[in-house]
Design a protein around this ligand. Structure first.
Ligand code: 2PG
Ligand code: MG
Length: 422
């Protein structure tokens, strides 16, 4: 069985041009694999720690040389000779080596790069696809894409309050059909935005970032594009939002509708108005990470109003099993966004997904707004039978790479490929 011979860390760059960590592992029989970790802009305060060099002026304090050194000097020595198939042992050793709850010592960026590279290398050694290595023979279901086609909030240079305006194809027969549907909507959206003399340059996640002010304007644009593509809004293609409301929260109030802060009741009513008026089927982070009372109230409020909206916890749960466990008991959401770098190892990520599925939660595997050519999350989505993947628009290679990987997976699965339903 192949053993780890060497682990090498290096600083590379992400899609925003910021430094990030890459780890490369080599086995004693000469095989190797590498992984690059992503980085967020709207970061939950309960996320695992991302280690950056606070005193490196040459890189505006954004370099990751300490995290790289942790890989080369500490992790590499500790994991030397470990069996490459022993993912759980590798991850547990990383966790113990760090010894802190938030991975403050080694940095979640150094740990995750190694954890994912190990998984990739194990699949190389078995000569099977990553999704099969990780998910076994039952991994046959492609996720529905949640495509972020208009960018706002901290991901764009416009005044849109809501961070992500997404589309989700409903009941496509195949993944390639789902992508074709998104492609059409995006092309029509581009024409429509152009026709209003607005810019079609894109934001951090590849969605357009026109200088719109009101959330409703963005939604109307998307609605028209869905119709222009020959689809029925809500039936063929629905609209999904990531409010990322941590960024819009101050002293118990929210500025979701406009820059003016409003109380929770008004904010809830605003969401209800939006879902009544538009085919919105999913809302992520409608309330801030520690405002659990509002999340709880919102779930009850939606039930009273007969709404079956998917309510997704991102900054709320931060891919953390303890927070998800509490959330399940408190019934404050029905879906979780899964970002491996929020927690720092693959094993912990898999555990969170398992817990979510056991409790009837939908899982949405997600990129970060600063991402890379690494396509690991595409395989992860199939391996874990997750119903959705959120990885930006059909633009910017770091986003498209994940969709292209899923197209290849669908092809590899051939007749046995299925697509998720929600
Ligand atoms: C989010 C993510 C990804 P960021 O809020 O869901 O879209 O953004 O990586 O900036 O946290
Ligand atoms: Mg989010």
């Amino acid at each position: 069985m192949a053993k780890i011979k060497n682990i090498k860390g290096r600083q590379v760059f992400d899609s925003r041009g910021n430094p990030t960590v890459e780890a490369e592992i080599i086995t004693d029989d000469g095989r190797y694999a590498s992984a690059i970790v992503p980085s967020g802009a709207s970061i939950g305060s309960h996320e695992a720690f991302e280690l950056r060099d606070k005193k490196n002026k040459k890189y505006l304090n954004k370099s990751v040389f300490t995290a790289v050194e942790n890989i080369n000097e500490i992790i590499s020595k500790k994991l030397n000779n470990f069996h490459i198939f022993d993912q759980k042992k590798i991850d547990k050793t990383l966790i113990d080596l760090d010894g802190t709850t938030k991975k403050n010592k080694l940095g979640a960026n150094s740990m995750l790069a190694v954890s994912i590279a190990a998984c990739k290398l194990a699949s190389n050694c078995r000569n099977i696809s990553l999704f099969k290595h990780l998910g076994g023979t039952v991994a046959k279901r492609l996720p529905l894409p949640l495509m972020n086609i208009i960018n706002g909030g901290v991901h764009a240079n416009n005044s849109l309050r809501i961070q992500e305006f997404m589309i989700r194809p409903e009941k496509p027969k195949t993944f390639s059909e789902a992508i074709r549907m998104c492609f059409l909507v995006i092309q029509n959206l581009k024409t429509l935005i152009n026709s209003k003399n607005l810019s079609t340059t894109v934001g951090d996640e590849g969605g357009f970032a026109p200088a719109l002010k009101k959330n409703e304007e963005a939604i109307e644009f998307i609605l028209k594009s869905i119709e222009k593509s020959g689809f029925k809004p809500g039936k063929d293609v629905s609209i999904c939002l990531d409010v990322a409301s941590n960024e819009l929260y101050k002293n118990g109030k929210y500025s979701v509708k406009s820059p003016k802060f409003e109380d929770v009741e008004k904010t809830m009513n605003y969401y209800l108005d939006l879902t009544n008026k538009y085919p919105i089927q999913s809302i992520e982070d409608p309330f801030s990470e520690d405002d659990w009372g509002s999340w709880d109230g919102f779930m009850k409020f939606l039930k009273e109003n007969n709404k079956k909206t998917q309510i997704v916890g991102d900054d709320l749960f931060v891919t953390n099993k303890n927070r998800l466990n509490k959330g399940i008991k408190a019934r404050i959401a029905n879906a979780i966004l899964v970002k491996p770098n929020q927690i720092g190892t693959l094993t912990e990520t898999m555990d969170v997904i398992e817990l979510a599925h056991k409790n009837g939660y939908e899982t949405i595997i997600s990129h970060r707004s600063g991402d890379s050519e690494d396509t690991f999350i595409a395989d992860l989505a199939v391996a874990t039978n997750s119903s959705q993947i959120k990885t930006g628009s059909l633009a910017r290679s770091e986003r498209v790479a994940k969709y292209n990987r899923l197209l290849r997976i669908e092809e590899e699965l051939g007749n046995s490929a299925k697509i998720a339903k929600v």
